[in-house]
Design a protein around this ligand. Sequence first.
Ligand code: SAM
Length: 211
Amino acid sequence: MNRMNRTDQTVSRSWAFGTASRSPFSHPSGFRGRLAGLVMLLTNDHQGVVDLLAVRPGDQVLEIGHGAGGFLRRLTATPAGMIYGVEPSAVMRDEAARRLRNEIASGRVELRLGTAEDTGLPTTSIDRVVALNNVAIWPDLEAGLREIHRITRPDGLVVIGWHSRTAPSRLTRRLALPEDRLEVLHDTMRRVFGAAERVELRSLTAFTATR
Ligand SMILES: C[S@@+](CC[C@H](N)C(=O)[O-])C[C@H]1O[C@@H](n2cnc3c(N)ncnc32)[C@H](O)[C@@H]1O
């Protein structure tokens, strides 16, 4: 793996792009990172994901790579019991923490530094796992999916989404992955979980799997 040190995290080569991105959207840090967080809030459209996740009362829910916390806020409107966020960028963790300070104070939301490959959460502890617009940045797809498999409870559901070609925003539409990369993602999910479904949402191509 090609590693370069950054302010608050390590930048690694992405499995999907084959390069180490220094974009503040992939590895937000400093002022540019905070700015990128605002753009994420304005442009990243997560429509349809809440329905797909089908959170049940009391579920333990985890969002990986939550960025500025837009979708975490949506999760607070579901009947989830506890909501966890895992994010490698301290800047994004702090932005999300500011946005969700009341829920954190009440103990319903917990944010921690970590990655898809190393969430730091206990084995079979989570009922619903969601990762939006970050899977293509992960350095090691299989390691990330194996970690998600490890922490998901039997019968738990996983939803992984990335920008699609049908997104209304031109800014995010051009980030859509080529079909061969989507096939690698789908195949790896099938291998790790046994089966995986592809679903086209308004702005995301999503893959779902049950443990
Ligand atoms: C484009 S932002 C998307 C944020 C948010 N999920 C959204 O849809 O608005 C990508 C996020 O992925 C995070 N990230 C980068 N590498 C990661 C990894 N290996 N595991 C989990 N998240 C990662 C970044 O820190 C950043 O906050």
